[in-house]
Design a protein around this ligand. Structure first.
Ligand code: HAM
Length: 443
């Protein structure tokens, strides 16, 4: 039975009591990114496995250990996306977005899938907000992308994140670095995990982000890439730093950041928190100047980042950041009898068409039970509609917080209700600002 009533390990439901938080975050992210010129792209949840093997790299943990890969009924190898960059770049090529003005600025909200060991902030299904800026080599773009991350946290009120940046150089200068790494790790080969022994020849940089405690301990003293980068890469990095300084963005150079995906070149960066446990990287990204060409396109220098929405939420909760409250019920209409129900349904329709939240009983409950229900769902107002009201043409609108009753004509109820509720909210707001009690006589 557990299989029927328990979500799969590493996945989680988003309940109605929580969804407004995600909606707030997601709409804010799209709006902020929109102000920076990023437009939303949506790509499929699954792609050809080859896309991720080529983009992310076949010696990464993601490809070697974490992908949800299966054969479909047509015999194709399919993978649930472990991240959003590969799909965005594939779509950029497939739809000829490179023919449109560059840089192309794309953003996305996606679910991602990685078979990792679940823990706080680490899930098997998680969600990312990502941005990709394709077609610019300028260090100003690196700084702009980083400033977008900074701006997002600032807007949401998130504090105490440390921005760490590094340069991992280009493919040319990395050759020397790989040589140095091989030399260092060869001396400790016997202690490395089997996956890293294999990585030693093919891609020694990947040993640097192996999750095995023994490998990470050895990696902690390995040579750092920043000491090996070529002059143009060094200059690029210095320019990025210069732009960040000019924008007053605080950062620290962490020469140990290498990122866990193979496509990165030059600038890499992370926003890290120490308030949400071991999985503290809330946002990570960098340049991937070789990726478009790797997929068969013209060389298109690009960069981007993604942030984990679950980690962002954890952090916002840890810091007690308030969210806008969930839209409640403006008015609950309580019909008594069939005739009244039909009129109530028409009134609800009219109120909803004006953008108000109006509910009425669809469970055939008594007036008392409906009143109780209205109270439970936090309806701001209730109005009873029975034979007397239908015949007399006047309704009694009850403000639930104080019990105050306002009489309104039945025929113009929707219009009058809007006016009454706006007037009350305005007065309440004013009185709250003045710190005084609410005077019901004003209604
Ligand atoms: P990433 O560092 O693998 O980069 O993931 C980005 C963010 O996704 C992480 O910083 C973290 O917040 C979140 N995340 C990753 N794995 C998990 C997980 N198992 N559970 C919960 N959250 C997780 C990328 O995915 C790149 N595509 C980012 C990028 C875009 N680089 C350039 N453009």
């Amino acid at each position: 039975m557990e299989l029927l009533t328990r979500a799969i390990k590493g996945t989680q439901d988003l309940l109605p009591s929580q969804s407004h938080e995600n909606q707030y975050i997601e709409s804010s992210l799209l709006e902020i990114a929109g102000n920076f010129g990023f437009r939303e792209i949506r790509t499929p949840v699954f792609e050809h496995t080859e896309l991720f093997t080529r983009c992310v790299g076949d010696t990464t943990d993601v490809v070697q250990k974490e992908m949800y890969t299966f054969e479909d009924k047509g015999g194709r190898s399919i993978t649930l996306r472990p991240e959003g960059t590969a799909g965005a770049v594939r779509a950029f090529l497939e739809h000829g977005l490179f023919n449109e003005p560059l840089p192309q600025k794309l953003c996305y909200l996606t679910s991602c899938y990685r078979y990792e060991k679940p823990q706080a902030g680490r899930l098997r299904e998680f969600h990312q907000f990502g941005v990709e800026c394709l077609g610019t080599a300028s260090p100003a773009a690196d700084a702009e992308i980083i400033s977008l991350g900074d701006h997002i946290f600032d807007f949401l009120g998130v504090e105490n994140l440390s921005l760490e940046i590094n340069s991992i150089g280009c493919l040319d200068c990395r050759k020397d670095y790989h040589r140095a790494l091989k030399e260092y790790f060869k001396a400790k080969k016997g202690e490395l995990c089997p996956t890293c022994i294999e990585r030693l020849e093919r891609n020694p940089m990947r040993i640097l982000d192996c999750k095995s405690p023994v490998c990470s301990k050895i990696a902690a003293d390995a040579p750092v890439v920043l000491d090996y980068i070529c002059e143009p890469c060094k200059e690029h990095f210095e320019q990025v730093e210069g732009y960040l300084d000019a924008m007053n963005i605080t950062y620290k150079v962490n020469p140990r950041i290498v990122r866990g995906l193979d496509y990165y070149t030059r600038t890499v960066f992370e926003f890290v928190s120490n308030e949400i446990g071991a999985q503290g990287t809330v946002l990570g990204g960098g340049r991937y100047d070789g990726l478009v060409a790797e997929l068969g396109g013209q060389s298109t220098t690009s960069l981007g980042f993604a942030m984990g929405l679950e980690r962002l939420l954890l952090l916002m909760h840890a810091q007690g950041i308030p969210f806008p409250s969930q839209k409640g019920c403006d008015v609950y209409i309580i019909p008594v009898g069939e005739n009244a129900y039909k009129k109530a349904a028409a009134m609800a329709f009219e109120l909803r068409s004006s953008g108000l939240s109006a509910q009425l009983d669809v469970a055939g409950r008594s007036v008392k039970a409906q009143m109780k229900f209205a109270d439970k769902i936090g309806a701001a107002y209730t109005v009873v509609l029975g034979e007397d009201e239908l015949n007399g043409g006047t309704l009694k609108l009850k403000y639930m917080k104080t019990g105050e009753i306002t009489q309104t004509p039945l025929e113009s109820f929707a219009e009058d209700f809007m006016e009454i509720s706006i007037r009350r909210s305005t007065v309440e707001l004013e009185e709250m600002l003045n710190g005084s009690e609410i005077d019901d006589k004003k209604f």
